[in-house]
Each structure stands twice: as C-alpha cells, then as structure tokens.
Write a protein that binds this ligand. Structure first.
Ligand code: 3BY
Ligand code: FES
Ligand code: FE
Length: 411
C-alpha cells in the first residue's frame, strides 16, 4: 500500500486531542514522508552566527539524506551549501566544524572559494568550465544570531518569521555571544515524540527535580493558551516591556513559531540549583537586569529556546530515523565571559544536562510503549497538554495538504 495514502487515511480518521497512531512514530515510510514534506521543505535552525566567528569558519550538519555546510565568506556573509563535491560527489567538509582558507575536497582536491565558486580543478580537459561547477547553494537566513536554512528549491517567505521574532531576540545580542558548551544526545524516539514531550510540563513535577527549582510548571508558561489572562505573566510582560524588552505572547497564524517571556519561580533569575545567576556577566550589554525570566521561543520542527539574563540555552532537533532523534543543546554566554572566573561550567550546565537526560529517558520509554501492538492513541490533558495538542494540529495541518498534492484527494 502506498505510504502517502496510508498517512492520508490515518490523518482523516485522526481523533483530535488524541496522540497519533503508531506508524507516525515508528514507520520508516512515514518517516520518509516527514522528511520529504516537512524537513526538506521548511526553514530549519542549524547553528549560531557566533559559531562562525571569522571568514573560513564552517559548521556541517546532516538533514536526513542531505549533508550541508555553513561557511562565513571573505565579506563576512554566512552561506550554506550542499556538502557534496561537484566532481564526483564526495563530502567536501567532513568535520563537525572547523576553519579553512578555501573549501578543499579531500578526494581530488577540487578547491572552492568560501562563496561556493570552484577555483581549481586539477588537470581537467581543455575547455572545462569551472563556472558551471560551484557548490550548490542552500537558502540561508541569519536571524539575530540564529542561522536558518531551507533545502527547498522555492523556500517559504522568511520575512514574517523575521518580523515577528527579531524584536524579541535583538536586545539579547546573540550574534555577539559565544558558545560556552554544547552537547548532542541521541534519543531513541521519533522526532515528534521529542516535540510532544517538550510542549508540556505535565511531566515536570514527576521527572525534573532540578529544573523544577526554577521553572514554573504552569501550562500558561509552556503551553499556548491562557497566558494573556494569567496575572503573573501580565505583570512580567509589563515590567519587561517597560524595560524595552518585547515580551507578550505571540504566535504566528499557522502556529509554527511562538515567543513569550515568562517569570521564573520566586526570585530565581537563572537555571541553577539555587536560582541565582550562573554568570557574573549578563548575556547582553543591552539588558541591564537579570530579572527578566526566560524568553521562550520555539520554531517547529527544529528549535526551542530559553534566553535568560545571564545566559541562553538553545536546542536543535534533527531526525536520524523513524526511531532516533539527535538533540543538540548549546549554552551561550557573553563573549567576554571567562570560564572559571565569570562562571563555573559544571554549574552552568548542570540543570539542563540532567533535564535533557530525564527527557531522553521519557521519550525512549514513550517510544518503547508505542511499539506495543496494544498501543492506541490516548487523550491529551486539555489543561496541561494544550501545547502538545497545538503541535499535533500544526503537524497534521502542515503535512496534510502537502500529502494531498499531485492530484491526491485533499484532506
Ligand atoms: O524546554 C522546555 O521549554 C520544556 C517546557 C517544559 C519542560 N520542558 C523542559
Ligand atoms: Fe571532490 Fe573528486 S569528488 S574532488
Ligand atoms: Fe521535560
């Protein structure tokens, strides 16, 4: 049976407010459709501008079948390319990150300029036209320190996302920050289970003792409903907006990205065991106080973020297979902050290292149980899992019409 028809059929009979049927979380053919119709078509967060500090700095990433490389050119511009040599297709850059004067393919040393042009190709026939064999470009946007790429030939307009999110991010000056630490863990679960887990705090009290010292479990913080009638949120927004920080809850019409600023518990200012700051220096010279709670920002399908007064923690989700997902976490601090002087790395990273590991186990147990032939979609809590309901709605309404393309029946 054609997987497209199967997926369409299951989406048609989907019960709203319930988790998805088993194949959405387990089936390799459904996974291929997720990749084709979402991951290869939409904007994806890959890394931060500050990870490419100078011309020649590059980072690589693997999006399903596509290896890509992001590189800063001589003019300071960040470009993204398919990391596949135009000679016989070898990966040109094989390290996770590095610095190179030119991009030299390790196979036969075809050499590319940092803007992708092919400069040298040894001993090719007379008349070989180098201009036809530059690295293939990938659409790339830098948004206040976040680099997004899009593999589609005709990318969706990035401007609405920029217009909504930039004012929230700009004061934090993440372009000028530095990554103090990063970790990548592989969770044995489908990427949608990683997101479903992330979009609720119903599980927090029972699983996250460290995070719960500072992060509120209120659904108005993590979810997408009721924030604008929660007096604590309203008071926090008023205080932060008066200090020049956009803070109100905003979500785009399709529900793909949301920003809001939430207070931490009691007088906590950072994700430490005491709630006290983890850094002596503020993250941004433009934000004079650390009493700003956390800017919560997500963009499906790749990133959720917590931006605090003293540091930021950013997350990137990349699917590996139907049942494996890589989650990369980066801790960003002021570029001049010195480890051991301005912060203790173990203290800075403790809460989210533990929280990530707890979430990994939750996702893996969830994936395990879903493999049971006895599994059937279960009801989400409307009160606590509004964010999960919203994620699943976004997924179904994003992939549904794309599945129905090519003359297939519309959903
Ligand atoms: O990282 C987050 O935003 C989510 C929200 C609640 C718990 N979880 C860790
Ligand atoms: Fe790159 Fe030959 S495959 S130089
Ligand atoms: Fe969690």
């Amino acid at each position: 049976m054609d997987a497209r028809n199967d997926m369409l059929r299951l989406l048609h009979r989907r019960r709203e407010g319930y988790s998805l049927e088993q194949p959405f979380y387990t089936d390799p053919d459904f996974f291929k459709l997720d990749m084709e119709l979402i991951w290869y078509r939409d904007w994806l967060f890959i890394g931060h501008d500050c990870e490419l500090p100078k011309p020649g700095s590059y980072i690589t990433a693997q999006i399903g079948d596509y290896p890509v490389v992001l590189v800063r050119d001589q003019q300071g511009k960040i470009n993204a390319f398919h990391n596949s040599c135009r000679h016989r297709g070898s990966r040109v850059c094989n390290a996770d990150k590095g610095t190179a004067a030119k991009l030299v393919c390790p196979y036969h040393q075809w050499t590319y300029e940092l803007d992708g042009r092919l400069l040298f190709a040894r001993q090719m026939a007379d008349g070989f036209d180098k201009s036809q064999f530059g690295l293939k470009p990938v659409a790339c946007e830098s948004l206040s320190g976040y680099i997004f790429i899009c593999l589609a030939k005709e990318p969706a307009d990035f401007a609405p996302m920029r217009a909504m999110i930039e004012p929230y991010l700009l004061p934090h000056r993440l372009r000028e920050a530095k990554v103090a630490f990063e970790s990548t863990i592989v969770e044995k679960g489908n990427w949608k289970l990683v997101w479903e887990n992330n979009r609720e705090c119903y599980h927090c009290a029972g699983n996250h003792p460290e995070l719960c010292k500072t992060f509120p479990e209120a659904p108005t913080v993590t979810g997408v409903q009721g924030a604008d009638s929660d007096p604590e949120m309203l008071a926090h927004w008023a205080k932060c907006e008066a200090a020049g920080l956009p803070s109100k809850f905003r979500i785009d019409p399709a529900g793909q990205y949301r920003a809001t600023r939430a207070p931490l518990l009691r007088d906590a200012v950072s994700y430490t065991m005491t709630g006290r700051r983890a850094l002596k220096k503020n993250l941004s010279d433009s934000v004079s106080t650390d009493r700003i709670g956390s800017l919560l920002l997500y963009h499906y399908p790749t990133t959720w973020n917590h931006i605090l007064g003293d540091h930021a923690v950013t997350f990137r989700v990349l699917p590996i297979s139907a049942t494996e997902t890589a989650v990369t976490t980066k801790w960003l601090v002021h570029k001049d902050a010195v480890e051991g002087v301005d912060y203790d790395l173990a203290e800075l990273t403790h809460v989210w290292t533990e929280t990530n590991d707890q979430d990994r186990r939750i996702v893996e147990e969830n994936a395990f149980g879903i493999l049971s032939p006895a599994y059937e979609p279960g009801p989400y809590s409307e009160l606590h899992e509004g964010g999960v309901i919203q994620f699943v709605e976004w997924y179904a309404s994003f992939i549904g019409p794309r599945l129905a393309e090519d003359g297939r029946p519309a959903l």
